[in-house]
Design a protein around this ligand. Structure first.
Ligand code: GRF
Length: 200
């Protein structure tokens, strides 16, 4: 069976990126990761890509004269790799209409909270976990959703809950969520790619 070609966009440490690559190589995620795009030079995910021998491209906003030019460059790179699905794994850049139109219903994100709670512009990384603790929530979780032009508001594909412990800090909570995410995200993606979860 031909493997679905997927590209990953990430901006940080890349532990989820590595988990996705490992899942494809172990066969639990029936896909080929054709490339990694990051918007930040020198981030951990780039060294992981190099070590795992996944092609990568760094396309930062500052290299382009407008958000549109930037998005066109990203779209063109994704097309060059013949990516069919676009997987966001801790990506902080803007995904505009140009990219969304090229991959309708094929851009997926994992957000580290139970959306619609703790989503929206500026809610990423430890800021999410700090806000969850500040609000004295009893539980948090992970939401896998399709992307549309409004941050964190695309259709929800799957969610899972993660417990909050009494002496959690934003860092300890982030680590618990991420370790769950590294198993959950590839599993949900396998269901999406095989059509077991329908996108419309
Ligand atoms: C993940 O929790 C992801 O959901 C969030 O940022 C984190 C990325 O971590 N948006 P890593 O870079 O994969 O280690």
């Amino acid at each position: 069976m031909v493997k679905t070609k997927v590209a990953v966009l990430a901006s940080g440490d890349g532990s989820n990126f590595e988990a996705l690559v490992n899942a494809t190589r172990a066969g639990s995620l029936h896909a080929e990761i054709v490339g990694l795009i990051t918007n930040r030079a020198g981030v951990g995910v780039l060294s992981r890509a190099e070590r795992l021998k996944v092609p990568s491209a760094t396309l930062a906003r500052a290299q382009f004269s407008s958000p549109e030019e930037w998005n066109i460059a990203i779209r063109d790179q994704l097309k060059k790799w013949q990516a069919e699905w676009i997987i966001l794994a801790g990506y902080t850049g803007l995904i505009g209409a140009t990219i969304l139109a090229a991959f309708p219903n094929r851009v997926v994100n994992s957000h580290p909270s139970l959306l619609p709670k703790f989503g929206g512009k500026g809610m990423y990384g430890d800021k999410v976990h700090a806000a969850v603790l500040q609000a004295k929530e009893l539980e948090t979780g992970i939401t896998v959703h399709l992307l549309n032009e409004r941050f964190d508001e695309g259709p929800i594909v799957a969610q899972t809950k993660v417990a909050i412990e009494a002496n959690d800090t934003a860092e300890s909570l982030a680590e618990r969520v991420k370790s769950r995410e590294r198993l959950f995200y590839p599993t949900v993606l396998q269901d999406l790619l095989t059509g077991r979860i329908k996108t419309r």
